[in-house]
Design a protein. Structure first.
Length: 441
């Protein structure tokens, strides 16, 4: 029986993998494209052995190793029932972030496989669908509109496009995809969103993990006898432009050759080697474990010419970098504390007045009062002001964050607020004493 596949990537039964120029696996499957364009699709060219020689130079360079691992991991997502997601390489210009992106892209395609962020979420839907089960590589996040970044990250991670109507009112085909994401930029996801007036949510930051890319020599740690990082970067770019696409094909062939292997069990075992402290870190650790799994499977198959454990070690290194950049608390909690701390720095002298000041007059924009205590200044927030200070989070979420951080200085039994006598009356106020670091950030 012949089967027509209308999208690239794994077929429904997972026994064949569709690319625009070939079918890997079953012979009775053919590709019936819904789009005439194949620009930037997965394709192969050049010499596989030359590509492997280039890949060998990644060893000792965790940014490059992880880039290849993330790229290949796109083909494993359906096998371990994981959503789309990836890594955003963050760092100054000219350190080699684009080189790392080229290396990752070379597993599936040539120069045109790498794209820029200069596109809307609508435009990316078709591209993402065309690259399902492979990797979407996006360069220079600063080229995207700040207001669009959050929506792009969310929509790409969600795996489903918008439902749209045709001119006669019927529903158009909805794009669907699963893929790995590799991104670069001088600014983080949250910084771009903040410029657009949006607050990055933890889910967005875990779908596309901000990882500092700068190492000893730009993105490199081991120059492998090259004079400097620039010469090494030029070599990688030249090789990736000439030799590409075979590694992804061979990796899919290896996955198919494993038959009904329990990839979920393999991933679960690798996950135990990543230590985490909270839910957000657990999700990030699971992603890095998946990337390590892809790299180790490809090494085992002889596709990646690395020592056993090289991919796992590189993923552990980059996970540690992510943890160090993020800190130990949950991302949303950190953001809320940052917001409240910033609010106090900005408005502490204008919207708060001394609690025991007998000359205190009512003011329309009052956020609360303050009192100086042995441990430092304590701010008595009204509920409306505290919600405003927390940013785009509901009051209960803000209270949870400040309570866990130990910022609540006084409270009534069983509550986070304290009934306070103020200006001749009583009001429930939130007594906050931020940490010294927050107060002087």
């Amino acid at each position: 029986m012949t089967t027509a596949a209308t999208r690239t990537g794994w077929t429904v039964k997972g026994d064949a993998f569709v690319l625009r120029d070939r079918i890997i696996g079953l012979e009775n499957v053919y590709f019936q494209s819904e789009s005439l364009s194949s620009d930037g699709a997965a394709r192969s060219g050049g010499d596989y052995r030359q590509w492997q020689a280039m890949a060998a130079l990644c060893e000792g360079n965790p940014v490059l190793i992880v880039s290849l691992c993330v790229s290949l991991a796109g083909a494993l997502l359906v096998k371990v029932h994981r959503d789309s997601g990836g890594i955003h390489w963050l760092g100054d210009s000219s350190i080699g972030k684009t080189t790392a992106l080229c290396v990752g892209a070379s597993a599936w395609g040539g120069d045109d496989f790498k794209r820029t962020w200069r596109a809307t979420s609508n435009g990316l839907e078709g591209v993402a669908a065309m690259l399902s089960d492979t990797c979407l590589c996006l360069d220079e996040i600063n080229e995207a509109g700040p207001r669009e970044v959050g929506a792009i990250v969310y929509n790409l991670g969600n795996g489903t496009g918008k439902t749209r109507a045709t001119r006669i009112g019927s529903a158009r085909h909805v794009h669907r995809w699963r893929l790995s994401l590799l991104s670069t930029g001088e600014r983080s996801i949250s910084a771009m969103m903040q410029e657009g007036g949006k607050q990055a949510k933890a889910g967005q930051l875990v779908r596309l993990l901000n990882i500092p890319a700068e190492r000893q020599f730009g993105v490199f740690d081991n120059l492998h006898n090259f004079v400097d990082g620039r010469e090494m970067a030029d070599h990688f770019k030249d090789q990736c432009a000439e030799h590409y696409g075979q590694a992804g094909i061979k990796f899919v062939e290896h996955i198919i050759s494993q038959g009904n292997a329990d990839f979920g069990a393999i991933l679960a075992q690798i996950e135990t080697q990543f230590t985490h402290t909270d839910t957000q870190a657990a999700r990030a650790a699971s992603r890095f474990a998946l990337y390590a799994m892809a790299g180790e499977l490809a090494t085992e198959a002889g596709i990646l010419p690395w020592k056993e454990g090289a991919a796992l070690d590189a993923c552990k290194t980059m996970f540690s970098e992510w943890q160090a950049m993020r800190g130990t608390g949950a991302t949303e909690h950190q953001q809320i504390l940052q917001n409240v701390g910033d609010y106090i720095l900005k408005h502490g002298d204008t919207k708060f007045t001394e609690k025991n000041n007998s000359d205190d007059k009512p003011k329309a924009d009052r956020a609360g009062w303050y009192t100086d205590r042995p441990g430092g200044r304590t701010y008595l927030f009204t509920s409306a002001a505290l919600k405003e200070a927390g940013g785009n989070y509901d009051l209960n979420r803000v209270l949870e964050a400040i309570d866990r951080a130990g910022w609540i200085a006084e409270r009534d039994h069983g509550k986070r607020s304290k009934k306070t006598t103020i200006m001749g009356g009583k009001d429930n106020l939130y007594w906050l004493q931020p940490s010294e670091e927050a107060a002087h950030a």
